[in-house]
Design a protein around this ligand. Structure first.
Ligand code: AMP
Length: 356
């Protein structure tokens, strides 16, 4: 078994957004250093870590970065396989390739999940108008057409209420390979953030209940309103996914829950997750420190929750209310250091605690 990265070691992080920033802060809390690699000039994570600006195609820069760190992780799931090829000779990459492959393509993801007995929305790959007609005939409407790869925050998606919507939906894919998903009439959306250590130990946080607006996460509340048995089942499904991927690190698993308490996995994210930000204030080991512990091969921390919490994203100009939020009783304000408040951009979040 590989050696742990002890305090004083360096964690390499691919990607420089707010998740990378919060991972770097967590590494510092545990006596570790962080080194961020990203193509942007001044990404949010560069404020709090050593920073290498480099392109994803620059194999020499990636190799130099990997030589300077003890372990490499990532804060976004679309890390190209060629990047893993460039860094892996010099430092272990955790979570590994299987997790990335399973999460990067919506067809592969659902095929993997169904293969381990985890339910998803009905789906069919779509490459052209004929394929879409056939998929619609099989799955029926309403349905959602999504690009197979590189979708996030509801981007690259089109609703189909009937065959008349098919041409516009296909045009919205801009020629990219797509997948048609049956629309799930869910009662709520929940997610489980869970960690697995290299020794196979699993620690799951309580499920959060998520509300999206325009495809973007608005807020996450814990506890979720789901029945205890459903919450337990969600944790067990996350554990099954982690074991099947021989996973090391934190994963985010998003579910649709039907009115009857059936759970269908919408997607998995092989990284820390926006719906897990509440753990910073409401647990002894938040998702960021848990991820750092797992990838550094430390024993996992206690994921139990000591408060109820509601995490609300601050999107676009909402972060302009920082003075009021700064003074609000019981509110924990987080700002990501992004200069420009573009519409739809996640600028920060606020977590409000109440007694468990
Ligand atoms: P995604 O980018 O796939 O996570 O989708 C963003 C949001 O769109 C989800 O959180 C749901 O609110 C909604 N959505 C996506 N796919 C489906 C589906 N098959 N059925 C119902 N709602 C969906």
């Amino acid at each position: 078994m590989a050696e742990a990265v002890p305090p004083g070691g360096t964690v390499g992080i691919l990607g420089g957004g707010q998740l990378g920033r919060m991972l770097a802060i967590a590494a510092a809390q545990l006596g570790l250093r962080a080194h961020v690699y990203a193509p942007e000039d001044a990404p949010p994570a560069a404020d709090v870590a050593r920073f290498t600006r480099g392109d994803w195609e620059d194999e020499a820069s990636l190799a130099a970065f990997a030589r300077a760190v003890d372990v490499v992780t990532y804060e976004f799931e679309n890390v190209p396989a060629s990047v893993v090829d460039a860094v892996e000779p010099f430092a272990p990459v955790r979570p590994g390739r299987r997790a990335l492959a399973a999460a990067q393509d919506r067809v592969d993801e659902k095929t993997f999940l169904n293969g381990i007995g985890v339910e998803t929305a009905p789906f069919a790959p779509v490459n052209d108008a004929e394929g879409l007609a056939a998929a619609l005939a099989r799955i029926g409407a309403p349905a959602i057409l999504k690009t197979r790869r590189l979708g996030y925050d509801g981007k690259g998606q089109a609703r189909i209420m009937g065959p008349e919507d098919a041409p516009a939906a296909l045009a919205a894919m801009a020629g990219a390979p797509a997948v048609l998903e049956g629309f799930v009439p869910f009662a709520r959306e929940i997610s489980v953030i869970a960690a697995r250590g290299a020794d196979g130990a699993v620690a799951a946080f309580d499920p959060g209940e998520n509300v999206h607006e325009g495809g973007i996460l608005r807020c996450t509340s814990v506890p979720a309103a789901s029945a205890p048995a459903v919450q337990q089942a969600a944790g067990e499904i996350a554990g099954r996914i982690l074991a099947a991927l021989d996973y090391v690190g934190v994963i985010g698993v998003e579910f649709f829950e039907t009115a009857e308490g059936r759970l269908l996995v919408n997607e998995i994210a092989p990284r820390v997750h926006n719906t897990g930000h509440w753990t910073i204030e409401a647990t002894a080991t938040d998702q960021f420190r848990q991820h750092i512990k797992a990838i550094c091969l430390w024993p996992l921390g206690d994921p139990s929750r000591h408060a109820d919490a509601v995490m609300e994203n601050l999107i676009g100009d909402e972060a302009g209310a920082w003075r009021r939020l700064s003074a609000e009783p019981g509110a924990a304000l987080h700002l990501y250091g992004k200069a420009e408040a573009r519409p739809g951009r996640k600028m920060g979040h606020v977590t409000r605690l109440s007694r468990a």
